[in-house]
Design a protein around this ligand. Structure first.
Ligand code: HPA
Length: 234
């Protein structure tokens, strides 16, 4: 047990999928894994361990935003020995070519502020995905005709943003989408020599104002889980 995770040592797999929403963790585990058991319910941040094609996998909610994800990922890596961590989540589209429902594989995650900022100070560290996971996820997405966008995303600290000028700079610099977790995941993976990737579905669009209806979110979420699982064990 750790401060935020109730699992015993050995109950967490080396491969962990991280949706922000704990109920998405439950749905994904019950839908895609076998021999599923609940391993964490501290603060309602559900985590499940089961197997996929015989491989042990944990699906653990991360909560929203980098400070929350940072707590879970620190404990998963440092206390439970997680080695491959894949965020599955949603993002806001930032380019015209990026459409609602599209899949984005985040090669890099630009950020203004992460829990790591106090460490890097004047240095702008460049959080990036693990190449082997990125390549395998691109193949897995292509094999489902999903034509993923691969490139940079922006990990913001705020959903209700009072600084539209920052988003404008991101758009100008080719950033594909905005979410709130990947940069800290990539930074921790770099620090502890783990593999990390963020697989994202575009759920809303900053330019057009469109949003994915809730009944269609489940299907795109399922695609992401399958891409993440295939990539983890490619
Ligand atoms: N902003 C930040 N995070 C998000 C968004 C957004 O528009 N959409 C999904 N996650």
């Amino acid at each position: 047990m750790t401060v935020h995770i109730g699992a015993e040592k050995g109950e967490i797999a080396e491969t962990v999928l991280l949706p922000g929403d704990p109920y998405r963790a439950k749905w994904a585990a019950e839908t895609f894994l076998k021999d599923v058991r609940l391993v964490n319910e501290v603060r309602g941040m559900l985590g499940f361990t089961g197997t996929w094609n015989g491989h042990p996998v944990t699906i653990q909610g991360s909560g929203m935003g980098m400070p929350s994800l940072s707590i879970y990922v620190n404990e998963l890596i440092r206390d439970y020995g997680a080695k491959t961590l894949i965020r599955i989540g949603s993002c806001g589209g930032m380019q015209e070519k990026v459409k609602i429902r599209d899949v984005i594989l985040a090669m890099t995650a630009t950020t203004l502020s992460t829990p790591s900022r106090g460490i890097f100070k004047e240095v702008n560290f460049a959080p990036c995905a693990d190449w082997s996971l990125l390549q395998a996820a691109a193949n897995a997405a292509a094999s489902r005709d999903l034509a993923p966008h691969v490139g940079g995303i922006y990990s913001s600290d705020v959903f209700y943003d009072e600084r539209p000028d920052l988003n404008e700079q991101m758009v100008r610099h080719g950033i594909l989408g905005v979410e709130m977790e990947a940069a800290e995941l990539y930074t921790l993976a770099a620090r502890y020599d783990c593999r990390a990737l963020a697989v994202l579905t575009v759920s809303d669009h900053l330019q057009t104002g469109e949003a994915l209806p809730s009944d269609q979110r489940e299907r795109s979420f399922g695609d992401m889980v399958e891409i993440a699982l295939e990539a983890a064990f490619a």
